[in-house]
Each structure stands twice: as C-alpha cells, then as structure tokens.
Ligand binder design. Structure first.
Ligand SMILES: [Zn+2]
Length: 237
C-alpha cells in the first residue's frame, strides 16, 4: 500500500487502496506519560487504571481456525478436498492477521495521539514466563487462574500481537515526535507502586494489597511501576 492511497481500474473491475493514516503528522508537544502493561486477561492495562480489551472477534476467528485445521487433518493427502481445506485455513489465517493488524493500528494511534511518552516493558523470552501457567490440584484438575485455561491456541497470536503493538507504537511515535521507552520487566508485578515494598504474589493473585494501604488490580499496579521506571529513565537522559 502506498502512502497516498490510490484508485484505479483493472481489467476485471475497480480497485481502491486506502491508507489508514497520515503517518508523518507531527503532533503538538505533550507532557502526558502512560505506563502500559501487556497481558492476557486484558490486552493492555494502563497506569491510569483503564484497559484495552482484545476484540471479541479474536476468539471467534480462533475457534473457526481451529475447526478448519481439524477438518484439514481429516482430509486425504493429495485429494481435491484437502487442497480446498488448505486454502480455507490459509484464508482464515490471513483474516485473523488482518484483523489483528487493524486493531493494533487503531489502539497504537490512540495512545500516540493522547500521550507524549509511552512506557512498555521490554519483551524478552524470560518475560514470557510471566504467562500464567495452568495449575493443577491434587486430583489433576485445572484450577481457575485467570487466563491459564484459555491459553493454548491463542498464545502465539497474543504474543505476536504484543511485539507488533510495540513496533507500531514506536514508529508512529517517531513520526509524530513522541517518545516510547522500554524498561526492565523484572519485579514490575511484585513491587508495590505505593511504597516500593516487594510483595510476592502468585500468578493467580489478581489483586495487589499492601500494608501501606495500596489496593489495586495487579496489572494496574504493574503499569504504575512501569511508568515510574520510565520516568526514572527519562530523568537520567
Ligand atoms: Zn505498599
């Protein structure tokens, strides 16, 4: 897709290419900063306590993809039906990818427009251990611990979304004269954003409660810590 958007005529009809944004717009200076915690329950939790939710169509598209893949696995090799099924799976993949890209563009644009500084955790392989793992009780039954049970299939999609989201934010920020910082992800969910005490929490604990009186959602607490780290980095620069 080019920058301007084009329209033209092909032998079999019209084609229109629209660009989703004017990327090189320099925005007015803005001192507002926000910390962003990327997660599973919510796509993102911001340091102001608000959240960005994964669109519902993700789950629907995933389910469809899963069914198509199962159908494909039952088709005989070399058969016409199999070839058709392969095409369907590829098409469903493309659809999910496009929807995800769309969602990430929209959300990153919103953040860049609103804030002068975005602070993220660095994504690194070690960071992925942040993901809640399914826990089993003595009988081998899975305990409810947030996103764990839902993990499975959508993990790779969610992960890919995080990296792409950071990329989108970064280049949009550059084009708009805004800033994005990445901070060390260690301890951001364990430290109390109110008093700095380390408050060990199980992954299943969704609430941060500290003796200092700080009471808030676990991810909100993390987002506040991420923001504080970002401000510290900014002050040193
Ligand atoms: Zn505290």
């Amino acid at each position: 897709m080019d920058e301007q958007g084009t329209a033209g005529r092909l032998s079999h009809g019209w084609y229109v290419v629209l660009t989703c944004e004017a990327e090189h717009e320099h925005l007015e200076a803005n001192q507002e900063a926000i910390g962003i915690d990327l997660g599973f329950l919510h796509f993102a939790t911001l340091s102001d306590g608000s959240t960005i939710e994964n669109p519902r169509y993700y789950r629907q598209a995933e389910q469809r993809l899963k069914h198509l893949q199962q159908a494909l696995s039952r088709k005989q090799r070399g058969s016409t039906r199999r070839r058709k099924a392969v095409k369907q799976v590829a098409k469903a993949h493309r659809k999910v990818a496009n929807q995800r890209r769309d969602f990430l563009h929209k959300q990153s644009r919103k953040l860049i427009t609103t804030y002068g500084l975005l602070v993220f955790e660095e994504l690194q392989p070690a960071n992925m251990s942040k993901r809640p793992k399914p826990k089993q009780d003595e009988n081998g039954k899975y305990l409810p611990n947030g996103a764990a049970a839902k993990g499975g299939l959508n993990k790779s999609m969610v992960d890919a979304g995080w990296g792409m989201f950071q990329q989108f934010c970064t280049y949009k920020a550059e084009n708009a004269g805004r800033h994005v910082l990445f901070v060390d992800p260690r301890h951001t969910s364990q430290v109390c954003s109110g008093c700095g005490t380390v408050k060990k929490k199980e992954l299943s604990e969704r609430w941060h409660s500290c003796q200092c009186g700080t009471e808030l959602d676990r991810d909100h607490n993390a987002a506040l810590n991420i923001l504080a780290l970002g401000r510290r980095v900014q002050a040193r620069a």
